[in-house]
Ligand binder design. Structure first.
Ligand SMILES: Cc1ncc(COP(=O)(O)O)c(C=O)c1O
Length: 377
């Protein structure tokens, strides 16, 4: 390798994005600071409409995080004690902890190995009389098989909720994710494709009643000022975050195209490497590549070699949800969700962000090739 190709590539570098947006962001923040209105103001109202429109639905309700978006949606739908909610066994912890926070029981279904998203057959097998909802996760930015899940939900009279935390902009048959279920739950955690400068989230929905319920629940259960008709939360997306997100939203389409181009280039370079399995895109899907995640045996040894070369990687996620210590009381066993367990042992996310250069992409790919040969030797 040349000296140049050995320069470190971090898993994610948000500083380049900020450098490009600095003036726009500061202007937007200044505007909010001049008004001194920080909670439930015009920036949020505008952002809610902009995001809802982008997701092809009528309503957006800004909340404090993606976790709250999920938990509040469940609560608003009347899901809690005594109810079961089917979730994929392979996701970020919050998909399942939101169910527990709402008072219900998560039931873990297996995934399809090609796309890391819910396996409809596994979902169907886990429906019981207590089931009230399915949470489909569009993991890494790739849509879950949403029409089949819609069909299962319809057949069993269940709510379908989309965990779109990683998938703003992804589509299925040309239709935006987040618009298929009763609700789409978004996260604006800073590393997401649309990231705030702190925590944030939103529920998008076409249901006026659900939107109304969420607006009450996020604001202490108040139906009018200082009158609470039910127990609510303090979970609002503040004006400074909304202003940042509105600036960034103007750039999201361009960033997504660039992520897709970076992914395509990685795939071109990595697909010929025999033990590496590159991410696949389902025929009806568009993938927004929140993560570019390969599968590889000897994953940990490969990651170690890459770290030595200054290449940042991450494992999303090393422990399947049914085996998480916090959920031990649900009595998940190794073998319950074999595909999720295999994925947890094999996945490795490589650096991906819009500002990644051709040279950096080539450097990562050649470091992966070197690591593969070294580990094989
Ligand atoms: C799939 C998934 N669900 C839920 C969440 C929770 O979002 P937040 O961190 O905004 O609470 C995240 C991200 O962190 C996520 O990746």
């Amino acid at each position: 390798m040349t000296e140049l190709s050995r320069s470190p590539v971090p898993l994610l570098d948000l500083r380049a994005q900020y450098a490009a947006l600095r003036d726009e962001i500061r202007l937007a923040l200044d505007e909010v600071l001049e008004t001194q209105k920080f909670i439930l103001g015009p920036q949020l109202a505008e952002l809610e409409q902009e995001i809802a429109r982008r997701c092809g639905v009528r309503f957006g309700v800004g909340v404090a995080s993606g976790t709250d978006a999920l938990a509040l949606t469940l609560r608003a739908l009347g899901i809690g004690q005594g109810h079961e909610v089917i979730v994929p066994a392979f996701s970020f912890i919050a998909t399942a902890s939101a169910v527990v926070l709402a008072g219900a029981r998560p039931v873990f279904a297996d995934i399809e190995p090609l796309y890391f998203t819910l396996d409809p057959a596994s979902v169907e097998a886990r429906v019981t009389p207590k089931t009230r909802a399915i949470i489909a996760v569009h993991l890494y930015g790739h849509p879950a098989p949403i029409e089949m899940l819609q069909e299962i939900a319809r057949h069993h009279h269940l709510f379908l909720i989309e965990d779109s935390a990683q998938a703003l902009g992804a589509t299925w048959r040309g239709r935006p994710t987040g618009s298929f279920g009763i609700a789409g739950c978004l996260s604006f955690y800073p590393t997401k494709n649309l990231g705030a400068y702190g925590d944030g989230g939103m529920v998008v929905t076409d249901s006026e009643e659900l939107a109304r319920r969420l607006r009450i629940l996020r604001n202490h259960g108040q139906t009018e000022k200082y009158v609470s008709t039910e127990l609510g939360w303090n979970s609002r997306l503040d004006e400074l975050q909304a202003a940042v997100l509105r600036v960034k939203l103007r750039h999201l389409d361009g960033w997504t195209l660039r992520r897709q181009a970076v992914a395509a280039r990685y795939t071109e370079l990595l697909a010929p490497l025999e033990p590496v399995r590159v991410p696949r895109i389902a025929p009806l899907a568009t993938h927004v590549f929140h993560q570019y995640t390969i599968r590889i045996a000897s994953r940990d040894a490969i990651a170690e070699r890459l770290a030595e070369q200054g290449i940042g990687t991450a494992v999303h996620y090393p422990v399947p949800l049914h085996l998480q210590p916090v959920f031990a009381h649900f009595e998940g066993r190794r073998g319950d969700c074999p595909e999720a367990e295999r994925a947890a042992a094999e996945v490795l996310s490589l650096p991906i962000y819009p500002e990644l250069t051709e040279a950096q992409i080539a450097c990562v790919a050649s470091a992966v090739a070197d690591a593969v040969s070294a580990v094989r030797a």
